[in-house]
Ligand binder design. Sequence first.
Ligand SMILES: NC(=O)c1ccc[n+]([C@@H]2O[C@H](COP(=O)([O-])OP(=O)(O)OC[C@H]3O[C@@H](n4cnc5c(N)ncnc54)[C@H](OP(=O)(O)O)[C@@H]3O)[C@@H](O)[C@H]2O)c1
Length: 330
Amino acid sequence: MKQTVLLLGATGRTGASILEALLVDPESFVVSALVRPESASRDDVLALAARGVGLRVVDIEGPLEPVVEALKGFDVVISTIDFTAQLAQLQLATAAKQAGVKRFVPCAFITVAPPGGVMHIRDEKEAVYQHIFKLYLPYTIIDVGYWHQISFPRVPSGRADYAVLHPGGPELHADGKAKNLLTDLRDVGRYVARIINDERTLNKYVVTYSDSLSEEEIYSLTEEVSNEKIERKYISADEIISARAKDTEESIANPNDIMPFLKRVGGDYQYSKYVRGDNTAEYAKYLGYLDTNELYPDFKPIKFRDFLVDLLQQKVPTISGKLPQMKAKK
Ligand SMILES: NC(=O)c1ccc[n+]([C@@H]2O[C@H](COP(=O)([O-])OP(=O)(O)OC[C@H]3O[C@@H](n4cnc5c(N)ncnc54)[C@H](OP(=O)(O)O)[C@@H]3O)[C@@H](O)[C@H]2O)c1
């Protein structure tokens, strides 16, 4: 049966991946985009409308009633809101409940990690999940590991530099041996299309990944595919822990400043992925996640090796490094 889907974040990276995957399957999905008023007249938003994507323009942090109205008639609401604005989804979930949405997909889309002080953004997402549970709102929480697009090292020839999001690193963390789940950003939407069409994933956590690789393995694979030798630089676990503590302190002292917040988020990821070793299939299973490799054995994801081949041939679409504006904390 055809599902009506409202997507928040269609102009962003995760959202664009989901939008494309839903649009190629008009037999299964009719897609609309939830857009905030200040973005409604931007060219990329108008381009969505020109492609036949319905627009619902509303301020999700404004009065509740217009948000409920905007969500009425949708079977599925998906949020891919940026990492600085997670708590703006609290009212969105309330509105989804009141509008009778049959499946709410809050913005998870990160690595596997536990709530409770390991990653600040995971804890903000947790606040949204707990609100959903209290509302008794049907949900699916989808995590994707870390994107291929931000998991590769630079190669000496500079062939991959065009796709580097954050210049500088990445160095290898701790001993470089912690395994991590990886998904190509281009596959996120393909997975989401499968997951929201599947009753088995209702009221469940789901994890997607094409590979489980350590940084040592990523470096070796990149050397093999590029035929270039890559120098290894290591950051110790102690250095990660002390930098994370400093960045957290600085971000708390400057709550409206994006740069300390960004460093805090980065430090949390390093701590969770490489010191604690959270982002693994075994831990996901322990936490109760369904695994898309078991749900969809026929699904052919973009493997990290194939991503590297595309990357070195300069065929990987670049992802914007545009930072969201921090909203002043009340
Ligand atoms: N697993 C990974 O490796 C990885 C990597 C990066 C991010 N993530 C996660 O993925 C999630 C999405 O990140 P992203 O990088 O894909 O996002 P993004 O590219 O920054 O896009 C964010 C989207 O949210 C929209 N938005 C923000 N506030 C809004 C509001 N109040 N009302 C309506 N729309 C709003 C933006 O619309 P405008 O056009 O109006 O700005 C934009 O479309 C984040 O929560 C982050 O935790 C995961």
